[in-house]
Design a protein around this ligand. Structure first.
Ligand SMILES: *Cc1c(COP(=O)(O)O)cnc(C)c1O
Length: 356
């Protein structure tokens, strides 16, 4: 028998979550964000499940070429644009939409001869201070792009820094965006999952959901289930050993957990080399035989420990859920001081994937 660790990807859940996004933003088109290998769920798999999306967003030409190779004709946005001028012919050939976020990119694009027109997203920085032109520089970039023979449609874009936790910050960024783009009759795209769900005033022409499509909540105080989302990735394994540990004895590396009483401890086939967060200390929730219990001690490379005190019938072979159905990834992430985005995208290539 092979190692029991498996990530089950639920295509119906992915499609359901896209429909939730559609209902929440009925007037906008959906740019499904499938960067980072579809947030760890598999690029080809999520593209198939999100066929009903209006466009896809990825980072690299390689990812986009895979999608084109598989026959998708959706617009494909490159969220970080192009890195080198010599990428532009391929971008044109594959009919990709780079995000232009610096003036020099606009200028390079404008002077490159290309076989087709390239549609672009022009990104303005309204307060996140990551990518985008300063609002007062937008007009210059637009002048360059509009005069360029090979530039087609232009979509304006910005990104929110605090759509998950600060309505005032969203309002300020939105106001700055409106001021910077006043009078420009161009389509625009602002909203990530958090803004899509909580700030309908930001929907515009294109919404850009990512995390919600995978069933996790972008908000600390609300679960995916609260938002009507279904978890798309369930990481499952089994107990491969169990140990009786006497009160006062240590468990695992560094004896980071010391038994508070005589107890039974389960050994789970899943470790940090599988993408399980090593920072998840004692007390991280885990399901054994469908019952919630807690992890104990340090996560090893290939294994971790579960407290079997409340699961007396558990035995070698008992099913274990690390996260997913029955145990939101957000809760495991919070216990490890991170977010579900990181758990999903850190899933290691060695983890077998089964699609349901
Ligand atoms: C990743 C990303 C998104 C999606 O964000 P979520 O929080 O996952 O919904 C949207 N827009 C941009 C520019 C991104 O980089």
């Amino acid at each position: 028998m092979s190692r029991p660790l498996v990530a089950r990807i639920d295509s119906a859940a992915l499609a359901h979550n896209l429909a939730v996004a559609r209902r929440a933003a009925p007037k906008a088109k959906i740019l499904a964000v499938i960067k980072a290998n579809g947030y760890g769920h598999g690029l080809a798999r999520v593209a198939r499940a999100f066929l009903a999306a209006d466009a896809f967003a990825v980072l690299s030409i390689d990812e986009a070429a895979q999608l084109r190779g598989a026959g998708y004709t959706h617009p494909i946005v490159l969220l970080e644009g192009f890195f080198q001028p010599d990428e532009l012919p391929e971008i044109a050939r594959l009919r990709l939409r780079p995000v232009i976020h610096r003036q020099d990119q606009a200028e390079i694009l404008a002077k490159t001869r290309l076989e087709h027109k390239v549609d672009v997203c022009l990104k303005v920085d309204t307060g996140m201070h990551r990518l985008g032109l300063a609002p007062k520089r937008l007009a210059d970039a637009l002048t360059v792009l509009r005069a360029a023979p090979h530039v087609g449609g232009i979509t304006l874009m910005t990104h929110f820094a605090r759509a998950d936790d600060d309505p005032d910050s969203v309002a300020a960024q939105l106001a700055l965006f409106r001021e910077a783009t006043a009078g420009l009759e161009l389509p625009f795209s602002l909203a990530n999952s958090a803004a899509l769900l909580r700030h309908p005033e930001t929907h515009g022409d294109w919404v850009r959901p990512g995390i919600m499509l995978y069933g996790a909540s972008p908000f600390a105080q609300q679960s995916g289930a609260d938002l009507g989302l279904l978890p798309a990735m369930t990481l499952q394994s089994q107990l491969i050993a169990s140990q009786f540990v006497r009160k006062g004895e240590g468990v695992g590396y560094g004896a980071a957990y010391v038994a508070e009483r005589d107890m039974k401890v389960g050994v789970v086939a899943c470790g940090y080399a599988d993408g399980y967060p090593r920072h998840a200390g004692t007390g991280t929730p885990i399901l054994v035989d469908g019952r919630e219990t807690r992890t104990l001690g340090r996560v090893s490379m290939d294994m971790l420990f579960a407290d079997l005190s409340g699961v007396p019938a558990a035995h070698v072979g008992s099913p274990v859920t690390l996260w997913g159905e029955g145990l939101p990834a957000e809760r495991v992430a919070a216990a490890a001081g991170t977010i579900a985005y990181e758990l999903f995208t850190a899933l290691a290539p060695r983890v077998r994937i089964e699609e349901t």
